[in-house]
Each structure stands twice: as C-alpha cells, then as structure tokens.
Design a protein around this ligand. Structure first.
Ligand code: BGC
Length: 747
C-alpha cells in the first residue's frame, strides 16, 4: 500500500471508532478459544504428556564420538511421542549438529507428532542457544552475555538476540533457554559470564533488548523464537560461590535487586521461565509456591509456562530432601506452580503425575492450567502453522552480514583497563604472542559452545582466528614470535619464551581461564592461576613492555601483576570474532569503548559491588576494587560539560529531563558509553552509594560534541521500603554523569 493510502486507511479506522487494542483483544480471545478447544479434547494422559520434557539422548542412538552425526532411534522416539505423549524435547544429544542434521531430527519428530499422534500437537523443541545457535555447526557465535553487556550498546544486544533467533529457527528450533537475567554479583560463581553483570538496571535493559531481538513484534514469525528467562530467582548469588548452592535473600533485597529484570522480561513478553536449580532461604525454588505462583504468576501476571531445570524435580527428593518420596517431589513442584518438567532422562514424571491425578492428590484444574499455558506458547510461537524447519532461512545462516554484526559486538565489548601509553602498538612492531589463551578458539568462546563445556578444540572452525592468528594477519607472520609459555596445567616452554621476549618491541601476554560451564567451573580461589602470575612476572623482568590480555568469564584476581603491566585489555569471552577484535584494539584499528559490567576485585575477598551501602564505605571500610564497575579507557579523551537539569524540584509522578554535553577532546575518533547515576541522599531504608539509571553509547569524531538527553521518572527514584513495598520518598537526589554532579528535590 502506498504511504498516503496507508495514512488515510489508518485515519478512517480511527474515525470509525476502531482501536488497535481491539485487534489484540480479539486475537487473544481467538487464541484462548483455540486453547479451550484443544484442551477439551485431551485425555489426562495427553495433558500430563504435554508437561513432560525429555532430552534428545533418550530418543537417539549413542554417539561414538562428538563429531559423529546424531541418529534418532525411531522406536524410542515413538515411545516418547505416542506412548508417553511428551510435549517437549531438548538439548543437542552430546554435541552440535549440522543444520541438515537438525532438520532431519526436527522433521522426524514432528512427522510422528503430526501424522501418528491422535491430537497432532507439535512438539516444542528447546535448546540453549546462549551466544548464538551454539549447538548448530557453523553458527554465528557472539561474545558471551557478560561481554555483550560491556558494549553498553542495546542495539548490539538486540541484534545479537535477533541473529541468534534467526539461526536457531533456521535450525528448526523455536524455543531458546536464554537470556540469563540473574544478577552477576558473586564473582566466584561459574555462570557469571552468562549474566549481564552486577547491575540491576543494566541487566534489565540488556534483557529487554535481547528478548525484543529474539521475539520481535510477532513471536510467531518464521524467524523468531520464544525466549526463556532464567533462572528464576536468585540463582546467581550462592553464598559459597559454588554453582547450585543455597542463596539467602531477604524479601526486600529480592524485590530490589533480583526481581526487576525478571519483571522486565515478563513485560517484554517472554513466554517461558526456567527455575533456579537451588534454594533460597532454605526452600528449593522448585517447591516454592510463593515465588512461582504468588509472585510470578499472580503478582507479575505471567501468562506463559514455567519449566523446571535439569532433573530438579527429582532432586527435591534425592538431593534437597524436602520430599520423602519421588511422588511427593512431583506433587510439591506441580502444586508450587511448575508447568513442565525437564525430567529429562526418563518418563517417571509422567507416570507419577498421572497416578497423583488419579489418586486425587493433584487436581485436574492445576493440570489444565499448566497445559493451557504450554499450549498458549505453542500457538503463539506459530508451531501449529510452522512445525517444520523452514529451509528458506538456511540461505542467510552465518552470512557475512551476521559475521560483521558479531565482529562489531566483539569490538565494542573489549575493555581497556590500563594503558601506559604503550597501546595502540605500531603495525611495524615486532611482538611475542604468548600465554595459555593466545592460540585457542575454545577459550574465546567459553562454555556452551558445540558441547556443554565448549572444551573440544577440534570442533571449532579452522577458518576462524585465534588471537595469535589475528595478530599474524595484522602485522605479518615475520613480525610475530610465538611460544605458548605456560598452558592451563603448567609450563610448556616458558624459558624459551622469556628468551624470545628480549628480541621484540612488546609482549602480548594472553592469560585467563580454560573452558567451563556450570558446576565443573567451581573454584575455591578467585586469584588467577599462580603459574600464570609467575610467568607474567618473569616476562616483566625482561624490561620489554608487556600487554596483558585477559580472556576469562569472571574477574580472576590479578593484583600482583597489574602494576608492572604496560597495558591491560579485558577480552571477557569475546566469541568467534574475538581474536580479530582484540588484535584490532591492540593495533589501533578499533578504539576500545567497553565498560566493565562488574566490579573487578583487587583481593579475593574484596567483593563489594559499586552500589554499596553507606556502611560499606565508612570508617575503615572502602570500595577498593582493582577496577570499578563502569570503568573502561579509550585511545581518545572525552570531556563532559553542561550537565543540566530541567528543574531543581519535581513533583511525584513528574519526569525530569537531564542533558549533558560530551566532547571528543582527543585525537582519534571514538565511541563512549555515557552513564547517568543517581544517589538518593537520605532514605528510610539505607540507600546505595549510587545506582546506574540510564546509559547511551554515542560515537564522536575528534573535536565533535553531542548533547545527550535523558529523562528520569518516579520509578527511577523509588525503592523497596521497610514494609517490602515499592515507595518513593520526598528528598534530595544527586545526578552524576562522569565527574559532573547536580542535585534536585522530589517533593
Ligand atoms: C542449566 C540450564 C539449561 C539446562 C538445559 C541446565 O543444567 O542449568 O541453564 O538451560 O541445563 O540444557
């Protein structure tokens, strides 16, 4: 339709009293009617089957090696779909599959569901596509979430979500167990890098951008997937730092710090939620009626379904011992509000739940509610119209445009933490590249890459570049010496490396962590491996400038080697294009613009977040990190001026406009994340030192200025009061942007 006719058409609709909300309303009514129809024709076995999810291994033949193609076991698959009537299958069967193999798998599954089952309800396939479609060979694999957050660029996170959705759906899979919206406030925790970092607002905004990118305006479109916000709630702050261990979170803190990102995910329309495997305040979350039903479903009005995490219903009995029998465990979880069980290795959940319903232990109304929610998601995601892989999408899979978006993301994530004017390096320099993370693809990508731990280097594409290879490409092989020096288990050739160092202009020392995800990544010491620390010290002794490059999923303490480093570049887990991005930053083709999404501790026990309370910076207490939250240097300098508040006093429910001028006062073009913080000076509950409330990434040519505008609303000034309800209190606030500060009053 031509634009003018379109405008005319819209005007006519409004004149006739039509409202767009009517369309949504009638769409919703149709959807619910559709669900009623399906639900009313289902047997109890079919209903309980919908609530059951098994892993792909259960229905496939055993793989001899990770690179073998996955072969389905048709007999077992028929058992799953026809006998046990499962509603969902998950995972990758050990390792990544080719896109063709995924198409065969999904097509075979749907063929049985649609051609041989009584009601022809398609199976909802789910996968962890956490930094791209990481279980499809050849996919575009982005920096992990922690690095995406360092970009402070919502467009990049949106795009990452959008491309991941596209490639996941191109693989035939419509459901993604991501994003992780827990708050990364415990640096020991091995899943820190799956989060967007320590800050509530940053996580909330990045989470919104990701969900929007994945689901688009129409979650039912052929290239979108349903998101699964996880792990609800409080999983990210285990008291002892180990994965899947208890957290203690008082109600006020839970509502202030942990709930907002999930609330935002629900508001953005995420239709599934995965539960925290562990416990809060002594109650396993899988058995917590308050958190699952009262808070999530009733208070936040969540209309989608809640899926358990891996085997976690069974663990209420076998591990947590809150249920005396497996039967009690199932009853507890389902009655707490759980809708789908990731069983995932057998059909015990199905059998037990059927019996519980039969015995009147679980009412059919609860089953109907769960199945209604599951069907709602299946219908909304377009599974009934589009159950099969869409072959057209394959053409754009891992195309150049996606690779470029990935490279842009990695470039904006890299965070320059120190620079004694040694960076950028000249392209005619001679360098030594060394260290355990210098020549591996797997360390750039981290866990959940091609297999669970991401640790099989042979599965990684030969055509992508490690840091060493990218540096060689940049300045020519002849100018690059390489000795690994040390690896993750000890010395390789450190003496030869140290000897070689004296013949180069600079050493690029790549340190960090090997691959891990979940519990295998537990550590008891946040300090970087002592062998790496000692190796760095030996290299410093040569007197040749050493540039430290950190490839790690959490901030391992590097205090002993900070002072003598000529520069420090934080790479996080920068993904498939990370090698190129790092070498671009090292040699000045990219001006770094990442900002830390967490506080980088100076000491292993020095874990204080930037939004600390007054008492944490009182008397002898200090916020004394190695590098603070929000820190990140550039090759240029940005000067801030003219911080203006539209008013110095506002009413309740009034917005406050704020502007600030930012100038690139240095000699290279660059990007800058402008961050606005708020401090509430006095409150009836102790108020944080400051809180991030807005951020925007801008680009400025040298000499260029821009005025950045923000608007704060009353919600931004609110907090959880003594009665655990959200309140605002009249009083004085400080707005700070860079070093500028201005005060205002809320009446
Ligand atoms: C993890 C989840 C993941 C699930 C399915 C669990 O072990 O905790 O984050 O989505 O496995 O792979």
């Amino acid at each position: 339709m031509e634009k003018k006719y379109l405008i005319l058409f819209v005007v006519m609709l409004f004149v006739s009293g039509f409202k767009f909300s009517d369309v949504n309303k009638s769409k919703n009514e149709d959807l619910e009617k559709n669900i009623d129809k399906i639900l009313s024709s289902m047997t109890i076995e079919e209903k309980v089957g919908q609530m059951t999810q098994v892993t792909l291994e259960v229905v496939s033949k055993e793989r001899k090696s990770e690179s073998d193609e996955l072969v389905l076991d048709i007999g077992k698959l028929k058992d799953a779909i026809l006998k046990y009537k499962v509603g969902s299958i998950l995972n990758t069967g050990g390792a990544a599959n080719s896109i063709e193999s995924w198409h065969n798998i999904i097509t075979t599954i749907q063929d049985i569901a649609l051609k041989e089952s009584r009601l022809k309800i398609p199976v909802l396939y789910g996968i962890d596509a956490i930094h791209g479609a990481n279980f499809t060979i050849g996919a575009t694999l982005f920096p992990q979430a922690i690095a995406m957050s360092a970009t402070r660029n919502k467009d990049i996170v949106f795009k990452g979500g959008e491309i991941t959705a596209f490639e996941t759906r191109a693989s035939g899979i419509p459901w993604n167990f991501n994003p992780v919206l827990g708050m990364g406030r415990e640096p020991l925790w091995p899943r820190l890098w799956e989060t967007y970092g320590e800050d509530v607002y940053l996580t909330t905004e990045m989470g919104r951008a990701y969900v929007k990118g994945q689901q688009g305006n129409d979650i039912g479109a052929k290239d979108k997937v349903a998101t699964c916000i996880k792990h609800y709630l409080g999983y990210s702050v285990p008291k002892n730092g180990n994965d899947r261990t208890p957290a203690w979170i008082p109600e006020r803190m839970m509502r202030e710090i942990f709930l907002p990102s999930f609330q935002a995910g629900v508001e953005e329309g995420s239709m599934t939620v995965m539960v925290n495997s562990s416990e809060i305040n002594g109650i396993p979350v899988h058995a917590d009626h308050y958190l699952l039903t009262e808070l999530l479903k009733d208070e936040l009005n969540f209309k989608g379904f809640i899926v358990s995490d891996w085997e976690d219903i069974k663990r209420l009995h076998t591990r947590d011992r809150v249920a005396e029998t497996p039967e009690q465990a199932v009853k507890m979880a389902v009655m707490a509000g759980l809708d789908m069980s990731m069983v995932p290795y057998d059909y015990s959940f199905y059998e037990i739940l059927l019996k519980l319903v039969d015995d009147g232990e679980v009412p059919v109304s609860r089953i109907d509610d769960a199945v209604r929610r599951i069907l709602r998601v299946k219908l909304m995601v377009g599974l009934f119209e589009n159950p099969y892989p869409n072959k057209e999408l394959v053409q754009k899979f891992a195309c150049n445009e996606f690779t470029q978006a990935n490279l842009d993301a990695a470039r904006e994530a890299i965070t320059l933490l120190k620079n004694n004017s040694k960076l950028p390096l000249k392209k005619n320099s001679k360098v030594l590249v060394t260290g355990p993370t210098s020549n591996l693809m797997r360390v750039l990508n981290g866990g959940w890459t091609f297999n669970w731990q991401g640790d099989n280097e042979s599965l990684y594409p030969a055509e992508k570049f490690t840091i060493l290879e990218a540096v060689q490409n940049k300045i020519g092989k002849d100018n690059v010496l390489f000795y690994e020096g040390v690896d993750f288990s000890g010395d390789v050739n450190s003496s030869a490396a140290v000897d070689a160092a004296s013949s180069v202009d600079a050493v690029i020392l790549c340190l960090g962590e090997s691959n891990y995800s979940e519990s295998p990544g537990n550590i008891t010491d946040l300090a970087l491996d002592v062998r790496q620390i000692e190796y760095a010290k030996k290299l410093y002794k040569t007197g040749i400038p050493v540039i430290l490059v950190l490839i790690e999923g959490r901030p391992r303490v590097i205090n002993p080697i900070v002072e003598d480093a000529s520069a420090i570049v934080m790479g996080y887990l920068p993904g498939m294009e990370g090698g190129i991005a790092i070498s671009d930053v090292l040699f000045g083709d990219v001006n770094p613009s990442g900002k830390l999404p967490f506080t980088y501790p100076k000491f292993v026990n020095g874990n204080t977040t930037y939004d600390y309370k007054p008492i944490e910076f009182f008397d002898v207490n200090k916020y004394d990190p190695q590098f603070p939250f929000g820190f990140g240097l550039s090759y240029t300098s940005f000067s801030y001026s003219d911080l203006k508040l539209e008013k110095t006093e506002i009413e309740q429910n009034e917005n406050l406009k704020i502007s600030v001028k930012v100038t690139n006062s240095g000699s290279v073009d660059g990007k800058e994340a402008v961050e606005l913080y708020l401090t509430d000076i006095y409150g009836s509950v102790t108020r944080p030192n400051k809180q991030l409330k807005r951020f925007e990434k801008i680009e400025l040519k040298t000499g260029e200025s821009k005025v950045v505008e923000f608007s704060l609303n009353t919600h931004d000034l609110s907090f959880i009061g003594r009665d655990n309800k959200r309140i605002t209190e009249a009083g004085e606030f400080i707005v700070s942007v860079s070093d500028l500060k201005k005060n205002f009053f809320l009446k």
